[in-house]
Design a protein around this ligand. Structure first.
Ligand code: EPZ
Length: 417
């Protein structure tokens, strides 16, 4: 089982280029099934989840060529309507195939995506939206069998601004008959990127980034070439690494506008944050300040995907901070590991109370999920002595060689298999 070995205490420095966003490229790869044409995706992150989605696309008949520069998907010959169980288990984002396959072929059989490390991850809002568009869905033996004659445009109100449900319904609506309006839609930047990809192939969509998205069904679509937006969570993770090690660094190829709530909290911690074109420079304080409260919320609120990284950062701030995780049910698994490193944190349900300590000490810790694992790496960078982070397969799902990124900034971190 691969692990990271980190010797803490190094100052970081220099510049780092941020790669494409995992949570943009996954729905966009699924969307490439819709048009039956050749689609070129550039600036994608080379992640485990991307490779799994490519495997799924090939398994249903798409021709996919993946080079370091681009992924080219030709979806002309989609010839299977079943997504295998082991692939769905490998990556729950395979549910993004429901919308495109129902639009393209009118059917899909997919195994029920299980929960994952951070919660049960229900898909009731996805299914409710698709049923309102006329899809017949039978749930039996752990599978979802979906069929529809012709998807029909509908007025859909989401009880919660679910990112995945918003995207799945958008994907189904592109080829539906008539107009679909999604209200209380999620507003994440990755949804705007998906809209740009879809309109690039001729779909008629407007409103992504706001809570009302309107999609007018079309009949014909062309191929499209699209560059993936930078990953705001990777950017936030690197900035938190700089802050916790009191290091001045610059990150490039970022969209600061996607990080407003994270930059605001870094400033509350005492960092100076300078934005110039598509770069951000961070200058941390010598002593990190605690933050009264951070509540994770749907975009543009503070992102749940940055919660764990901030728990690590605030564990050595001066004073007590409170973090409330309002989005997922079980996303504090990194905290027991941080306590092994000397953090003083109390968890009560969805609230974590973090009493800052002067320093953390290196320990053997285990990554339990993607962002929690990244948080342990961040803690290890600042901890005194050696930290061993085990089970880094979780981290590799969302970070393209996090160890190399940090090595390039001067961290003493290496991966051993
Ligand atoms: C996306 O997950 C991201 N994943 C997550 O990133 C991110 O944390 C999350 O959005 C919130 O921003 C991808 O984009 C691939 P949701 P998603 O549907 O779509 C509940 C990472 O670390 N819900 O907005 O699954 C759900 O249980 C990952 O990169 C329902 O109840 O998130 C959760 O409590 C982790 N019913 C809340 O909504 C539904 O039908 C938010 O889920 C759907 C969701």
């Amino acid at each position: 089982m691969s692990k990271y070995i980190i010797n803490g205490g190094n100052k970081l420095g220099g510049k780092l280029n941020i790669n494409g966003a995992k949570n943009a490229v996954l729905p966009i790869l699924a969307a490439s099934v819709i048009n039956g044409k050749e689609n070129v995706i550039i600036g994608y992150p080379n992640l485990r989840d991307v490779n799994t989605m490519v495997k799924i696309l090939r398994s249903i008949g798409c021709k996919v060529q993946k080079t370091p520069e681009s992924i080219v998907i030709n979806s002309e010959n989609v010839n299977s309507f079943e997504v295998s169980e082991n692939l769905v288990r490998e990556m729950r984002s395979s549910i993004f195939l429901m919308g495109p396959m129902l639009g393209r072929c009118g059917k899909i059989k997919i195994s029920y995506p299980g929960g994952c490390e951070i919660g049960p991850r229900p898909i009731d809002l996805h299914l409710k939206g698709l049923r309102e568009m006329g899809v017949k869905i039978s749930e039996a033996h752990g599978f979802l069998e979906c069929t529809v004659e012709k998807l029909k445009g509908s007025e859909i109100h989401l009880d919660y601004p679910s990112v995945g449900a918003t995207e799945n319904i958008m994907l189904a609506a592109v080829l539906a008959e008539g107009t679909t309006v999604i209200r209380n839609a999620a507003k994440e930047p990755e949804i705007v990127d998906l809209q740009d990809f879809l309109t690039g192939m001729g779909a008629k969509i407007q409103g992504a980034g706001t809570s009302v998205i309107q999609i007018d069904g079309v009949k014909n679509l062309t191929g499209v070439e699209h560059k993936i937006i930078p990953d705001r969570i990777v950017a936030g993770t690197i900035l938190a690494s700089a802050a916790i090690t009191k290091s001045e660094i610059i990150i490039e190829n970022v969209i600061a506008d996607h990080l407003v709530s994270v930059l605001a909290k870094l400033k509350e911690v005492g960092c100076i944050v300078l934005e110039k074109n598509s770069a951000i420079k961070i200058i941390p304080p010598s002593v990190l300040k605690s933050v009264d409260i951070i509540r994770t919320l749907p975009y543009p609120g503070f992102p749940t995907d940055m919660q764990a990284q901030f728990v690590s950062l605030l564990s050595i701030a001066k004073g007590t901070s409170i973090i409330t995780e309002t989005v997922f049910e079980n996303r504090f698994k990194h905290i027991e590991e941080l306590i092994r490193m000397g953090a003083r944190i109390k968890v009560d349900g969805r609230v974590a109370v973090i009493k800052g300590v002067p320093k953390l000490t290196g320990a053997k810790v285990t990554a339990k999920d993607l962002r929690g694992g990244a948080a342990l790496v961040i803690a290890g960078l600042a901890a005194e002595g050696r930290t061993i982070v085990e089970n880094i397969v979780h981290i590799e799902r969302g970070y393209d060689n996090l160890d190399i990124m940090l090595q390039n900034l001067g961290a003493d971190i290496r991966k051993i298999d």
